[in-house]
Design a protein around this ligand. Structure first.
Ligand code: FAD
Length: 471
């Protein structure tokens, strides 16, 4: 039997790859990646510069990994819905195998490919630990509250052992040909590479996992919220591009930390990820509409000057500004800073969460439709959340609690480098002598707050109450 293994950008590995393993058990194997203009047209690629850089890194690593083991990655340009059926016919494959995608456009792509193929198209689970859409409430409905979902997950999850990476692979069958193109470089797509991004690829991902397990993992439950420490795994892009399978991450953490509080806390975050994927699977409309329908038509004011201040990291709230600059600087934002910043944009500045969501999708190296959408909706108060909309993060007290010495701010907002910890999260309250000693001239070196937090909070709450009372 001849099998076409179709890699699609979220499973760029050879270890714990069920479609590849299955293909190997049945004879000849051809590995394919399609440079679909949906992502790889230069004007599209430039809309996701950081994700594209990590994706290309990971793709090159996969190509090298397959070649080292005796196989080859065919890289072909064109629309997937045309290329896959055409090559499947030309290469006389008996079936096509791939991992399932959760997002609506991936599902539609797969539906069209299946329709056009003359051979079976087998789609494997693996993007999540439990297949999306399988956990249901007693009434047979999708969960809308995380805690209930997590209970159902714990009862149902049967996480097996990850599959080992094959040591060797069969060479591509004789006589097959196609116009295989080189993997593009960032520059060829018009993207300036960002040297601050973490490198992609299976080996780099494994090294990151090991580094985490050898170090911060043991104290994850206490360190994960600290903005000034490297207390989290930084595996999000590896999980996003599948250079590590989610099952590998789960089992390795369980093995290293057994039943500790740190392990429970970390695995709980992976269950959050399951929840976001399951939710998007059941409700694809969430990519454009709020989970809570009563928030549709919310009167966001979308002030352009406030939006620009938030994007550029010039709101006058140091922790919010640090997170905005971290996003542009290294394509990553600490989870706590994502929450503070998203709450600030939506509730203090009254900007539609969808603008923030799109901005994050543009610049996050780990930008993921399900997780990012869920994160933004949760922070805006219109998502799946047991807490009501009136939780509004205070950017000053959050900063003081999770960046007590101000090191996170100092790293990303160098104008405040010499501000003492006491005032670094509220420079406008610093006495003149302190500002002078720190070399900070408010309004010139660093802005005063663009809004007054407690006033903005009250304005949001009043607006939300009024809007919700009329819907
Ligand atoms: P760790 O703390 O080490 O967590 C391990 C893994 O668990 C992460 O890599 C991630 O896969 C998963 N995870 C952690 N926290 C969450 C969470 N709250 N929800 C769902 N999964 C989680 N995560 C993304 O991967 N892509 C996104 O586009 C994304 N956008 C977000 C937007 C907002 C507004 C918010 C509040 C959160 C978003 N998250 C997103 C979730 C979270 O912030 C990141 O997963 C995390 O910061 C990544 O860092 P890490 O790998 O060091 O995480």
């Amino acid at each position: 039997m001849r099998t076409l293994v179709w890699y699609r950008g979220k499973d760029l590995r050879i270890a714990d790859h069920a479609p590849l393993r299955d293909a190997l058990g049945h004879g000849e194997v051809i590995a394919l990646f399609v440079l679909d203009p949906y992502f790889f047209a230069p004007e599209r690629a430039r809309e996701l510069p950081h994700r594209m850089q990590v994706l290309l890194d990971s793709l090159r690593a996969l190509e090298a990994n397959l070649a080292q083991r005796g196989s080859r990655l065919w890289v072909v340009a064109g629309k997937s819905t045309e290329v896959v059926p055409r090559l499947a016919a030309r290469w006389k494959v008996d079936r096509v195998v791939a991992h399932r995608w959760v997002e609506p456009f991936g599902r539609e792509r797969d539906r069209r490919v299946r329709e056009a193929l003359r051979v079976p198209f087998d789609v494997y689970e693996g993007e999540t630990l439990v297949p999306p859409g399988t956990l249901r409430t007693g009434a047979g409905k999708p969960y809308s509250v995380f805690t209930a979902f997590a209970r159902a997950f714990a009862a149902a999850a049967d996480i097996g052992k990850p599959l080992a990476a094959p040591k060797t692979l069969p060479p591509p069958p004789d006589g097959i040909s196609a116009k295989s193109v080189p993997i593009p470089t960032c520059e060829s797509l018009g993207i300036t590479p960002n040297a601050n991004l973490l490198p992609g690829g299976e080996r780099a991902a494994r090294a990151r996992l090991k580094h985490f397990l050898d170090g911060p993992a043991a104290e994850y439950d206490v360190g994960r919220d600290r903005l000034d420490r490297a207390g989290t795994s930084r595996l999000s892009a590896d999980i996003k591009f599948g250079t590590l399978s989610i099952r590998t991450v789960w089992t390795e953490v369980e093995r290293a930390l057994s039943r500790s509080k740190a392990a429970k806390s970390f695995l709980n975050e992976l269950v959050w990820r399951e929840f976001t994927h399951s939710t998007l699977w059941d409700r694809p409309e969430l990519l454009t509409e709020p989970f809570r329908p009563e928030f549709a038509g919310f009167p966001w004011s979308n002030d352009e000057a406030l939006w620009s201040a938030w994007v550029e990291g010039k709101t006058g709230y140091p922790v919010v500004d640090a997170s905005a600059r971290q996003l542009l600087g290294e394509g990553f934002v600490h989870n706590r800073a994502r929450m503070i910043s998203a709450s600030f944009l939506t509730k203090d500045l009254l900007v539609d969460y969808r603008r923030g969501e799109a901005h994050y999708m543009k610049y996050l190296a780990d930008g993921d439709w399900a997780q990012n959408n869920a994160g933004w909706q949760w922070c805006a108060g219109c998502g799946c959340d047991a807490q009501p909309y009136f939780r509004v993060f205070n950017p000053v007290t959050q900063g003081e609690k999770f960046d007590p010495e101000g090191d996170y701010v100092r790293r990303w907002v160098p104008e405040l480098e010499r501000m003492p910890a006491k005032f670094i999260h509220r420079p406008w309250e610093a006495p003149d002598a302190v500002l002078r000693a720190a070399g900070v001239r408010l309004d010139r070196d660093y802005p005063r707050p663009v809004v007054h937090h407690s006033g903005a909070r009250n304005r949001f709450l009043a607006l939300a109450e009024e809007h919700l009372s009329t819907t």
